[in-house]
Design a protein around this ligand. Structure first.
Ligand SMILES: *Cc1c(COP(=O)(O)O)cnc(C)c1O
Length: 393
């Protein structure tokens, strides 16, 4: 089976570029140039240097001794939480800001829901002296005040979007409108492996540094360059795609994708996209999404803002449909308990998104000689209010 994107931008049945005609020139410019640029020696040097000196890579692969003991197996945590800005998102925004510069762009736009991608984008724009405009639903601007302030401190312009539900989908529409109106000088930084081709492949490549490092670090620590299980949470799917990339064709590695069940897969309040979704088009891509019988996108729900997305990147739709990845869904409550356990057993407070990946350890049966790698996508600082509220400290 093939898990690389094909010529037309598809993974199996999923992907492509379903976009308004007015976006063709923008997407065409990216499609024609992205591989040439990111595979050039100059780009590789610049990207590698910033990942190392700015983001703080390589991130450690940590053998979690007490979790290993608890689960009777060998558990390793890939510490993406130790990146600058506290999550894997910076890998992608560094890649895209360099690409934008190579394309001669001077103005950056982005959409953000919870604000994590907005902050990662504002960060690299400050680093490169680029003008940064972040579209954000007006409701999210209210709900995510600390991240809005961070973006402003970093010099970004945050534009509240008052249409629709005033959340991520509306912010995305506004960003696309902006891009149509500024095709020449503007690059649109998408925050996950979603959107029209070539974004899913481009973002996967930028995040693939995660699996590249896991390979080397596992070989050093275990004498074997692959794990038996590789676990990651999936919102749009960028941290998972990065953690999986160099193992996609290695069938010895069981890929475990964890979605947010919210209040329960069958509760109606859920973001279990590949488990419940059907094929449709969202944000320019054919993929699995939560929709009703009339093809209206259903509002997803998860306590975790980063997993609260009605679609999933096309690579993940294909991994799920082909059976290459096994998909689990974890409820809010299970994730909260897993976050608490990680804090108490390893002294690491994970992001609530990441806590979903950790919670799946309870649902799998491991052998005592298995090697399990969990991608620790981010740190929990941003979620402290939720933890305090729900866990009652
Ligand atoms: C944004 C985010 C996610 C979800 O995004 P993916 O594209 O699915 O990786 C997961 N974990 C953390 C810490 C995040 O900030």
């Amino acid at each position: 089976m093939n898990f690389e994107v094909d010529q037309r931008g598809f993974y199996g049945d999923f992907g492509g570029a379903y976009i308004p005609e007015m976006l063709y020139p923008n997407i065409r410019e990216l499609e024609d140039n992205y591989l040439k640029i990111i595979e050039s020696d100059q780009f590789r040097d610049e990207f590698g240097q910033l990942l190392r000196d700015y983001a703080g890579r390589p991130t450690p692969l940590f053998r979690a001794g007490r979790l290993s003991e608890h689960y009777g197996t060998h558990i390793y945590l890939k510490r993406e939480d130790l990146n600058h800005t506290g999550a894997h998102k910076i890998n992608n925004t560094i890649g895209q800001i360099l690409l934008a510069r190579h394309l001669g762009k001077e103005r950056i736009i982005a959409e953000t829901g919870a604000g994590q991608h907005g902050v990662a984008t504002a960060t690299v724009c400050a680093l490169s002296g680029m003008h940064c405009i972040v579209y954000m639903g007006a409701l999210d601007v209210e709900r995510q005040a600390p991240n809005v302030k961070k973006m402003k401190m970093l010099g970004a312009e945050v534009v509240p979007v008052h249409s629709g539900n005033k959340t991520l989908k509306d912010a995305t529409n506004e960003a696309i409108r902006d891009w149509i109106n500024h095709p020449v000088d503007t690059h649109y930084i998408i925050g996950s492996v979603v959107g029209p081709h070539p974004y899913p492949d481009m973002v996967t490549r930028f995040q693939s540094v995660i699996s590249k490092e896991i390979k080397v670090q596992l070989a050093e620590k275990t004498g074997r360059h692959y794990p038996d299980y590789l676990v990651a949470c999936v919102g749009g799917g960028s941290n998972a795609a990065g953690a999986y990339y160099h193992f996609l064709n290695d069938e010895r590695v069981k890929l475990i994708s964890v979605e947010a069940a919210g209040m329960g897969v069958n509760s109606g309040l859920t973001a279990a996209t590949s488990l419940l979704g059907s094929t449709g088009i969202i944000h320019g891509s054919k993929t699995l999404l939560l929709q009703d019988g009339d093809g209206q996108i259903k509002e997803p729900y998860s306590l975790s803002a980063g997993l609260d997305y009605p679609g999933v990147g096309p690579l993940h739709a294909w991994l799920a449909q082909s059976g290459r990845a096994t998909v689990f869904a974890v409820t809010d409550e299970e994730a909260l308990q897993a976050a608490l356990m990680c804090a108490r057993k390893e002294g690491i407070i994970p992001a609530l998104e990441t806590a979903h990946a950790l919670a799946v350890l309870d649902k799998l049966k491991f052998g005592q000689d298995d090697t399990v790698v969990v991608n620790l996508s981010g740190r929990g600082d941003k979620d402290m209010e939720t933890y305090i509220d729900k866990l009652g400290f």
